[in-house]
Design a protein around this ligand. Structure first.
Ligand SMILES: Nc1nc2c(ncn2[C@@H]2O[C@H](COP(=O)(O)OP(=O)(O)OP(=O)(O)O)[C@@H](O)[C@H]2O)c(=O)[nH]1
Length: 300
């Protein structure tokens, strides 16, 4: 009797994560790859760039693509650019995770469903299931959303509590094509340290200023130097008005100092060495409405 079994072929592919703002897409990706490469905050619409998170296990490599929240509330050049990025990300993925929040389905979620391509498997991920007080309500909710599109699978999870994430990974794996790994086994992102530095500062800004800061504020790393283990990071925070500049700086510079200290600590952890960080605030009026301006800041 032949008892040898052929090991399963290696699988590798791209996974796009979509959903309306604030459903937990960044949190989910960070938990799936087990590292913090995508920024998260309570304020909706914090993720602007496509971020790739990579996870390699024995028999597969998962390449996650985080998309900016599909914007429907405002219509300016920035949002048009964001929505174009979402569509491009979707059509180049092998699997799509469509994330909703347990118990909540609205017009903004439906608008994302309307963007989903029909020829790529889409997994319905019901996140924040830890919040459902009565777990019995999850099933009817899942059935109701599942009826709106032909999903390849439905998985309730809690990104925050890591509930059901292995089950989700198994579902995803089924849809990845067979093929060799694209990245090295220890890579977690293809983003440069410079890019990650800007994302970290942006996260601290949104965390500390919350709703006071408009989502059009941005962070630009103007200089990034490496000298042995030391990184020197020179960073500008761009706001639209003088009043916002004062808000970011805070009383006697206290806010900016807090942003700076927290950012430096996070960078040191991520880069594994000391970081010298300088941050200043600039007023750049109207940049979110100007497409040429967007290109200059790398939002294409
Ligand atoms: N209770 C609970 N909260 C969660 C869970 N996942 C995410 N959150 C919270 O939901 C909020 C939004 O999470 P993000 O990961 O920033 O959401 P996002 O979908 O990436 O948001 P955008 O960048 O605006 O598109 C944060 O306060 C998270 O802590 C979860 O499983 N349970």
């Amino acid at each position: 009797m032949n008892t040898t079994t052929t090991p399963a072929a290696f699988r590798c592919g791209y996974i796009a994560i979509v959903g309306r703002p604030n459903v937990g897409k960044s949190t989910l990706m960070n938990q799936l790859i087990g590292a913090k490469v995508s920024i998260t905050s309570r304020k909706a619409q914090t993720t602007r760039h496509r971020i790739t998170g990579i996870q390699t296990v024995e028999d597969a490599q998962f390449i996650y693509v985080d998309t900016p929240g599909f914007q429907t509330r405002h219509s300016n050049a920035l949002n048009k650019t964001l929505n174009k990025t979402v569509t491009n990300t979707l059509t180049s993925a092998d699997v799509i995770l469509f994330v909703v929040e347990a118990g909540t389905f609205g017009a903004a979620d439906q608008q994302v469903i309307d963007l989903l391509p029909k020829n790529i498997p889409v997994i319905l991920v019901i996140n924040k299931s830890d919040r459902a007080k009565d777990k019995a309500t999850l099933m009817p909710f899942a059935r109701n959303v599942a009826a709106k599109f032909e999903f390849a699978a439905v998985v309730p999870v809690s990104a925050k509590q890591r509930f059901q994430l292995p089950a989700l990974e198994n579902e995803i794996k089924k849809f990845l094509p067979e093929g060799e790994a694209v990245f090295g086994p220890d890579d977690i992102t293809d983003r440069s340290e410079k890019f990650l530095a800007a994302e970290i500062v942006r996260e601290k800004l949104f965390r500390l200023l919350g709703d006071e800061l408009p989502y059009t504020s941005t962070v630009m790393v103007e200089k990034f130097e490496e000298e042995g283990a030391l990184r020197r990071v020179f960073c500008a925070i761009l706001v639209e008005r003088d009043s916002q500049k004062a808000m970011v700086i805070g009383n006697k510079g206290a806010r900016l100092k807090e942003v700076s200290t927290q950012s430096r600590l996070d960078m040191e952890k991520l880069f594994g060495g000391p970081v010298y960080l300088e941050i200043w605030v600039k007023v750049k009026s109207g940049w979110a409405d100007n497409e040429a301006g967007l290109r200059a800041y790398g939002y294409e």
